[in-house]
Design a protein around this ligand. Structure first.
Ligand code: GRF
Length: 211
């Protein structure tokens, strides 16, 4: 079985990206390899980690790529150049544009720190998510891995992990509890999705040889 070439998109510290690298290094994702790491922030911790790991990196900061279109075009081009099969959003703080979305239908995954469809959508990012969960007195929260479509946080859900919300939780400590689950859930869901893609491709190949 060939390996799926992953293209990681990140904007910040990249702890989910690190969990994915670790899963690959520990043999948990035998059919995945990281082809490229892209950031839109030069100072992103995840980008520095990628360089330490000797992974191919690209950076498109706002001063050289000020518009959504410019970023979208640059990312679509380089993802193609590096023959990326599956795009993984790992804390990427921009909404994807039409070039990347149309180049990778059903081939972009994201992780969101809530139990979608609750607490998702435009503007529901970072600590705002956890603050809203606490404000509403929810008893549980968690994270969701989903396929990315043009609807923000609205694509098909692949899996979720739950955490209990304690009355004493702050947004910061809830974020930490959820993040621990993210690090476990994301590599697992990526592995499952890759298996699913191989099965679908296998079927398509099989059908094609019988027409
Ligand atoms: C995570 O909470 C993830 O759910 C969200 O962005 C955050 C990224 O964190 N999409 P990190 O950069 O992976 O540490």
């Amino acid at each position: 079985m060939r390996k799926m070439r992953l293209g990681l998109l990140l904007s910040g510290r990249g702890s989910n990206f690190k969990a994915i690298v670790q899963a690959i290094q520990q043999g948990q994702l035998p059919h995945a390899e990281i082809a490229l790491v892209i950031s839109n922030h030069a100072e992103a911790g995840g980008l520095a980690f990628a360089r330490e790991q000797n992974l191919a990196t690209a950076c498109f900061p706002p001063d050289t790529h000020p518009t959504r279109m410019a970023l979208d075009q640059a990312m679509a081009e380089i993802l193609k150049e590096y023959q990326v099969d599956l795009v993984i959003l790992a804390g990427f703080d921009r909404i994807l544009g039409p070039h990347v979305l149309s180049a990778y239908p059903h081939r972009i995954l994201n992780i969101h720190p809530s139990l979608l469809p609750a607490y998702g959508g435009k503007g529901m990012v970072g600590l705002k998510v956890h603050a809203a969960v606490l404000k509403n007195g929810e008893k549980e929260s968690g994270c969701t891995v989903h396929v990315v479509t043009e609807t923000v946080d609205g694509g098909p859900i692949l899996g979720q992990a739950k955490v209990a919300v304690a009355p004493s939780d702050t947004p910061e400590c809830l974020a930490q509890k959820v993040l621990e689950q993210e690090h476990r859930l994301y590599p697992e869901m990526i592995g499952n999705y890759i298996q699913q893609l191989f099965k679908t491709e296998g079927t398509a190949l099989h059908d094609a040889t019988h027409v």
